[in-house]
Design a protein around this ligand. Structure first.
Ligand SMILES: [Zn+2]
Length: 310
């Protein structure tokens, strides 16, 4: 059993300037597109901490997972070059959008899209945007202000894929209640895609491109999926919000406050961790410290995570 490597892997992208990092999964080139890091109080995400505590000295209580007693969450999306396909997995929090509740995504102006040209990709080149789920921090850059109070697709030549039960839930009465916390981001980030005729409601095991497919893992949200990429004998799982923080490696049963179906989310998280511990697949959660890519192995308590070098 290799011990976890807690060494910081922080590479500040300099506000969208400086080097852009990438790694390969077989022949697929992956560019993490970093949006923001933030430091919520642990109890903001983990209500379990009101009655239980972290293990003293555990790897996830330190950098890069935790800083000064606050959990460190990274917000990034992933740009994939798969042959001649250009695929974006999740679309960040977005710019210039009104969000409630002290959100880190309220009326922001972050250099997210500016990173694409440095990967050699124009916005027009993106052919597919995949949403792992429809939370506020995964959809925002899908649309941009049209200058007239409306919103239009950011990537003019892309199809935008969302799993049908996910779309159905967020546009239901239950979904409307869930949107009260942040404000109705479905209205400015998803419905304009439908109105433009570029939103595809797909099956939860949809094949996106050769070697790229969705895997159903409902729980974090009612139609949550992750994205499996397989190329030249290598495999990576873009796990979205299946897990948010290192503590969930030790405690897969800890769902976060914002999991819609916490019990199902916990079951899916454990299943995913067991899968990657057995297969050695690369696991890439959306909110782990940059570059959020690493390998999972079993530990005395739960699992550990070893970051790749970039
Ligand atoms: Zn998220």
């Amino acid at each position: 059993m290799s011990s976890p490597d807690p060494a910081p892997r922080w590479v500040d992208t300099g506000g969208g300037e400086g080097p852009l990092w990438s790694f390969r999964v077989g022949d697929v080139e992956v560019f993490p597109i970093r949006e923001v890091d933030y430091l919520p109080a642990p109890t903001d995400f983990f209500p379990q901490l009101e009655t239980e505590s972290w293990t003293d000295g555990a790897f996830y209580t330190r950098e890069p997972f935790t800083r000064d007693g606050r959990i460190l969450l990274n917000q990034e999306a992933h740009l994939l070059k798969v042959g001649d396909r250009r695929i974006l997995v999740d679309a960040g929090g977005g710019n210039g959008k009104a969000r409630r509740g002290g959100s880190v995504y309220d009326r922001t102006d972050r250099p997210f899209l500016e990173q694409f040209p440095r990967a050699g990709v124009a916005l027009e080149d993106i052919d597919t945007v995949v949403f792992t789920h429809l939370h506020v921090d995964h959809v925002g850059f899908a649309t941009s202000a049209d200058g007239d109070g409306g919103w239009v697709p950011t990537f003019p030549n892309a199809r935008y894929l969302v799993v049908r039960p996910e779309f159905d839930w967020w546009t239901s009465a239950d979904g409307a209640r869930a949107l009260e916390r942040t404000g109705d981001y479905i209205a400015d980030s998803i419905l304009p895609l439908r109105d433009a005729g570029v939103l595809d409601l797909v099956a939860a095991d949809h094949r996106v491109a050769p070697g790229v497919r969705l895997v159903p893992a409902f729980g974090h949200t009612p139609g949550n999926v992750y994205v499996e990429v397989e190329s030249a004998g290598k495999r990576a799982l873009f796990a979205g919000d299946m897990l948010h923080h290192g503590v969930q490696l030790e405690r897969p049963e800890w769902s976060i406050r914002y999991c819609v179906l916490p019990g199902d989310s916990a079951d899916q998280r454990r299943r995913l961790l067991e899968r990657v511990a057995d297969t050695g697949d690369l696991l890439i959660p959306a909110h782990f410290p940059f570059p959020a890519a690493g390998y999972v192995s079993r530990a005395e308590r739960g699992f550990t995570y070893t970051f790749i070098d970039v």
